[in-house]
Design a protein around this ligand. Structure first.
Ligand code: KG4
Ligand code: ZN
Length: 392
């Protein structure tokens, strides 16, 4: 079946077209088309993401990006087709809060044939509500024009299923599985009994890991997003074997009995260190970056290990923007091969660690497989900024 997917929960506008087959034991997905526009450069000036700016950018870019992904999937067919003025009026109504969305949509799709996808997957949370609403309005508009069902998808379930992008070359996911989700907005450990059954067994009590990377990067006058920048400095520090360790940062909650995290203490320690030292020499700067990456990684590893020993997990899934970090990846692969040799570990393939629309299509496919009748349900889709994976 063909799935069209839309992701606008933060600062990435993403569209995807996927061909999905197989079943829950072995879901298979093939990417037919995808388009992604990152607003990172626009938000970088402000050092973070501005919701209303993100919303405007999504509204401007959704229709052109959909065209691009449909062209790639060879499903963009212009013809003499005519959609009634009544339908366009309803679509205008659906889009009326999203400046420019209706106009660009109509201009591009007025004479385009129905691509006949089986359903549309759209992120409805968690994320920035103004940004989520644009994607939802767009999904509803497409649904009206092409008479296609829409499935609302949890962005975090998207991150979990992002590893299906490798499904042609890895063993299918087996359960129970454990997922470590590390992104700019979330740090969670999820127990997955089977597809669709998610229990959050650990989470951050303050900042998310990616957020800590971004905030520390800002203290070091590095550009946003800070994760890749800190990681570059830390790598430099690791290569320099004569470099002295200039600071010891805390590993908050590392010995606590639960699976929760806290990262704001590391960030505050960095702040005090920089304040006390006055000027950071280039050596001290890279040494600090390394110590920060070490501290964060150690906490993530320790808590994940603690979760892994309490159940006979078959799979460890690590997903979310921060897993792009090579040091974290390598540390986890080393830990698993050393301490849990029978455990399969998987991370999303390159380009699928950060936010994207393909993972929203994959999660949609799983949701459909769990209950095919869901395509007939007519419940209203509402953006939920604080949606949790265990919300029903
Ligand atoms: O999953 P994602 O793209 O968006 C959210 O849903 O949050 O994650 C973005 C986060 C940012 O905080 C960014 O700094 C972090 O992922 N990140 C990294 C690296 N690449 C991206 N953090 C550490 N090391 C990296 N190489
Ligand atoms: Zn994300």
């Amino acid at each position: 079946m063909k799935i069209l997917s839309i992701e606008t929960s933060c600062d990435e506008t993403a569209l995807g077209i996927v061909e999905a087959s197989g079943d829950l034991d072995n879901p298979k997905v093939k990417v037919l088309g995808e388009a992604l526009y990152s607003q990172v450069a626009i938000h970088a000036e402000y050092g973070g993401v501005y919701p209303n700016l993100a919303k405007r950018e999504h509204a401007k870019n959704l229709a052109p990006l959909l065209k691009k992904s449909l062209v790639q999937a060879e499903l963009f067919v212009e013809s003499e087709i005519y959609y009634s003025e009544e339908i366009w009026q309803e679509i205008e109504q659906i889009c009326h809060r999203e400046e420019g969305l209706y106009e660009s949509f109509r201009e591009i799709f007025e004479n385009v044939e129905n691509p006949k996808v089986d359903f549309i997957s759209v992120t409805y949370g968690p994320g920035l509500e103004p940004a989520l609403w644009v994607g939802i309005s767009f999904a509803k508009a497409l649904s009206k024009l092409w008479n296609t069902p829409v499935l609302p998808i949890n962005h975090m379930e998207g991150h979990i299923t992002s590893v299906l992008g490798e499904s042609t070359n890895i063993k299918p996911i087996e359960f129970p599985a454990l997922a470590l989700l590390i992104s700019g907005g979330h740090t969670e450990i999820i127990d997955i009994e089977k597809w669709g059954e998610y229990k959050i067994i650990g989470q951050t009590r303050d900042d998310a890991v990616g957020e800590a990377f971004d905030k520390v990067a800002r203290m070091l006058a590095l550009p946003y997003p800070g994760g890749p920048e800190i990681s570059k400095l830390a790598k430099e520090a690791r290569k320099n074997t004569s470099l002295e360790r200039s600071v010891i940062l805390p590993r908050p909650m590392i010995n606590s009995q639960d699976f929760d995290f806290s990262f704001s203490g590391i960030k505050t320690a960095v702040l005090y260190y920089i304040r006390d030292i006055g000027t950071l020499s280039p050596e001290k700067k890279i040494s600090l970056a390394r110590e920060f990456e070490d501290a964060v990684t150690e906490v993530l590893l320790t808590k994940t290990k603690k979760a892994l020993v309490q159940k006979d997990y078959k799979y460890l899934i690590i997903a979310g923007g921060v897993v792009a970090n090579e040091f974290i990846q390598q540390s986890f692969f080393d830990m698993v091969s050393h301490d849990f040799p029978g455990l399969n570990m998987t991370i999303p393939k390159n380009g699928m660690t950060g936010d994207n629309a393909l993972m929203i299509a994959f999660a949609g496919f799983i949701k459909y497989l769990l209950d095919p009748k869901i395509l007939k349900s007519k419940t209203e889709i509402i953006a939920k900024g604080n949606l949790r994976l265990d919300d029903k």
